[in-house]
Design a protein around this ligand. Structure first.
Ligand code: R5P
Length: 279
């Protein structure tokens, strides 16, 4: 049985279909004072909760779903997008390690599965057994439908592994930029030394949030003479005016997975999850 979180309904349905498992009836509501209430009356042993947590509200819903499932044997939690994973350390005095607070609160599952979690070290904060899966196998197919022999470019060193994994199956070249973050919405990037003149390029990152990273990276690729710039990411958070910002910076197409539903979601991580859950 697949138990969907409110922001993971399309992915949960695809996963239920891929695994030929029932999709649990879940409702998400609010009381008059605004507090949330979920209801999942038919959860059963062996259930898999699939719930991304891009917002505080979805995190509360997930805490409630896990409470509903507290007597379920063999419970798996799939966190396609784990909110707060980027605050994986205390960057300034007085700040929390938010990823630890979230992981410790998500207590109860026997297994936790993430997808391209921003920093794999956060998996150690969970009490459960953990696995981080890569969306690269589905991103690479989506990119292949849109770009001919591209150079895959990560906008920072942290995404270099994902870029390599997207490039490898087709034998495409991959490289990465260096990035300095100025503040939440502002970054500076240095393009790779490789000659990109006349090349089709695809920027690949785990998360697009404000689109600042992708926009700066796209501008740098255009300056380097790239013939075209496309973008692909696992998690389309798309805060504020991210899509407009990227488009104005010269990004021709954007491909994203369904760890979060968005207007540019063009591929699904359901096959990746289904493989892992049937191993
Ligand atoms: C951070 O290192 C991540 O990999 C992304 O590059 C970052 O989250 C993107 O954020 P934004 O779109 O706000 O620049």
């Amino acid at each position: 049985m697949i138990v969907p979180g409110s922001r993971s309904q399309p992915l949960a349905a695809r996963l239920a279909d891929a695994l030929d498992e029932p999709l649990a009836a879940v409702t998400y509501d609010r009381f008059a004072d605004g507090e949330r209430i979920v209801c999942a009356p038919d959860v059963a042993d062996g259930a898999t909760v699939v719930a991304s947590t891009p917002t505080d509200g979805t995190l509360v819903e997930l805490l409630q779903l896990l409470d509903v499932c507290r007597d379920v044997d063999d419970l798996t939690l799939v966190l396609p997008y784990m909110g707060y994973a980027r605050q994986d350390a205390r960057f300034e005095d007085g700040e929390p390690v938010s990823a630890r607070a979230v992981a410790e609160a998500l207590d109860g599952p026997d297994t936790v599965i993430t997808v391209d979690v921003h920093e794999p070290g956060v998996l150690d904060f969970f009490a459960a057994e953990t696995t981080d899966l890569s969306a690269a196998p589905v991103l690479t197919d989506a990119v292949a439908q849109r770009a001919d022999d591209p150079v895959i470019v990560a906008p920072d060193g942290g995404a270099a592994g994902l870029a390599e994994a997207v490039a490898a199956p087709h034998g495409w070249a991959s490289d990465h930029m260096t990035k300095e973050r100025v503040d939440d919405g502002t970054v500076r990037v240095e393009p790779p030394a490789r000659d990109l003149a006349g090349r089709t390029t695809v920027l690949v990152d785990d998360i697009v949030a404000t689109g600042g990273t992708m926009s700066e990276a796209a501008a740098a690729l255009e300056d380097a003479g790239a013939a075209a710039v496309h973008a692909a990411c696992t998690h389309p958070v798309f805060a504020r005016n991210a899509v407009t910002r990227m488009t104005r910076a010269g990004v021709e197409t954007i491909v994203a997975t369904d760890t979060l539903s968005s207007a540019v979601t063009r591929t699904s991580v359901a096959p990746v999850l289904a493989d892992a859950l049937t191993d």
